[in-house]
Structure formats: structure tokens, C-alpha cells
Design a protein around this ligand. Structure first.
Ligand code: ATP
Length: 240
């Protein structure tokens, strides 16, 4: 794991309209590290990802990604620089085939028509073999778990340095959640920085290196994932 964080979030305050949502939130993620932010509905998790992606300007604080202040860079340029956000709800294109959805990712990283494209495609088909089996089917015909795998693979076709995921487990069966989370662990082990937003606390803690509990827009608890896992009752009390 590199010692210099790829992402540094420093004392962020953020509002939506007149409502203050985030209060002094700080965290960091290094290449090769999987950090999870867990919190109940409405804790501010999605708002935090929107600030990091520069979709929402913070009222105060700084976000630095790969040496640049994200508030100075348009969201699509941040994606080109390797900051990739898989939003809640996946946002795959249901009428396009699995393969064409993967092409969309490749177009963002400009690797279509190169050897890198074939290599990346093969890597994703090996990561989630069901995508190879279903490559010609409309993405909308896939199960929820398969769609989430496609959303992750499409994001990886964009060549992320930092992959941020907003509750990838939402609505999925535990065994599918396990497949997705294990794939995220593997990505971190391959050197990608992963920021995982989750409500399924124990599952997220089982694959993460470090963790933060977000409650009412504040970091209520931080530590190594293995330390936090030891006190399930405390974590659950924070999640309400
Ligand atoms: P969930 O797990 O339910 O997705 P979350 O932790 O991601 O929740 P956010 O979506 O960041 O939480 O929302 C944080 C708070 O901001 C919530 O109280 C929510 O109601 C409020 N909020 C979010 N979007 C808006 C909006 N457009 N207008 C007003 N309030 C909003």
C-alpha cells in the first residue's frame, strides 16, 4: 500500500439547499486500499460521494485526488483522470447489450480499437464469467446481481485509479453480495484505491482495510475494519 493517499477528504461541510448534510468529514484512501464508509439511510453517504466527484460543491473543506483539488476540475475530467463513481442504481443502459455497455466504459478511457480493449474485456469476462455468457443479451434482462457486476466491470473498463461505489449490495442476495465484495477486495489487492459506501456493515468490514461510520453527517467512529468488526453491537447501535 502506498503511504501517500490518492484521495484526501479534509474537513468537508456540505449542504443541499438550506440543509446542512455533512459536518467536518475527513478521510483518505491510498492505492491498494479498500476503505468503507458505513451508515444508515440519510446519514449523508451519497452526498459525500457527490462532493468527492465534484457534482456538489462543499461549503467548506478540501478534496484532493491524485494531487489536484477536485473542486477545480469538472466531474467528467475527474473521471478521465481515474476517479470513477458507480452510483446507486447502477445506471447501466438496459436496452444495450452487455457488450455494448462495456464498450461505453472503454470509450471513456479511449481504449476501444486497441489491444488494451481486448485485454480489459477478457479481464472483466474472467472476473464475472456470467457477463461473457450473457454478452449479447440486453443488460436490462440481467438479474440485479448480474447488473451490478456489469456496472462494476463497465467502471473498470474506464481504468480507474479510484473506484467509488454507492451501496453495491442494495437489494441483492447475500451470496451475490459476497461475490461483488470479494471482487472489490481483489481490485484493491491489484493496486486500485476503493471507496465503498455500504449499509451492510459486517459484510463491508469483512473486506475493507479501514472503515468509518457516518452518522447524521459526521464521522462517528473510525478504525481498522478488523477492530470495528469486533464490536458488532456498537456498529449496529450507530446504524440504528
Ligand atoms: P441512503 O442510504 O438512504 O441512500 P445516504 O446516507 O446516502 O442515504 P444522502 O442521500 O447523502 O444519505 O442524504 C443525506 C440527507 O440529505 C438525507 O437526510 C436526505 O433526506 C437529504 N437530502 C438528500 N438529497 C436532498 C435533496 N435534493 N433535497 C433535500 N434534502 C436532501
Amino acid at each position: 500500500m502506498s503511504s501517500t493517499p490518492l484521495l484526501k477528504v479534509d474537513a468537508i461541510d456540505a449542504s443541499i439547499g438550506a440543509i446542512n448534510i455533512l459536518h467536518g468529514v475527513s478521510l483518505s484512501v491510498a492505492s491498494g486500499e479498500l476503505v468503507t464508509v458505513i451508515g444508515a439511510n440519510g446519514a449523508g453517504k451519497t452526498t459525500l460521494l457527490r462532493v468527492i466527484s465534484n457534482v456538489l460543491k462543499p461549503r467548506a473543506g478540501q478534496v484532493e485526488f491524485d494531487g489536484v483539488s477536485t473542486t477545480e476540475v469538472d466531474a467528467y475530467r475527474l473521471a478521465r483522470r481515474g476517479l470513477i463513481h458507480v452510483p446507486q442504481g447502477r445506471q447501466i443502459v438496459p436496452t444495450l447489450s452487455v457488450y455494448d455497455n462495456l464498450i461505453i466504459g472503454a470509450e471513456c478511457s479511449e481504449i476501444v480499437n486497441s489491444d488494451d480493449f481486448i485485454e480489459s474485456l477478457e479481464r472483466e469476462y474472467s472476473r464475472f464469467p456470467v457477463l461473457r455468457e450473457r454478452k449479447d443479451l440486453a443488460a436490462g434482462s440481467l438479474s440485479g446481481g448480474e447488473q451490478q457486476m456489469l456496472a462494476v466491470s463497465r467502471a473498470l473498463m474506464m481504468r480507474p485509479k479510484l473506484l467509488m461505489l454507492d451501496e453495491p449490495s442494495l437489494g441483492l442476495a447475500p451470496q451475490i453480495v459476497r461475490i461483488i465484495l470479494n471482487a472489490l477486495r481483489q481490485l484493491a489487492d491489484e493496486g486500485i484505491a476503493v471507496l465503498l459506501i455500504e449499509q451492510v456493515a459486517m459484510a463491508a468490514l469483512s473486506v475493507a482495510d479501514n472503515a468509518h461510520v457516518l452518522r447524521n453527517g459526521k464521522i462517528a467512529l473510525s478504525g481498522t475494519a478488523s477492530d470495528l468488526r469486533r464490536d458488532q453491537a456498537l456498529i449496529e447501535s450507530y446504524l440504528g
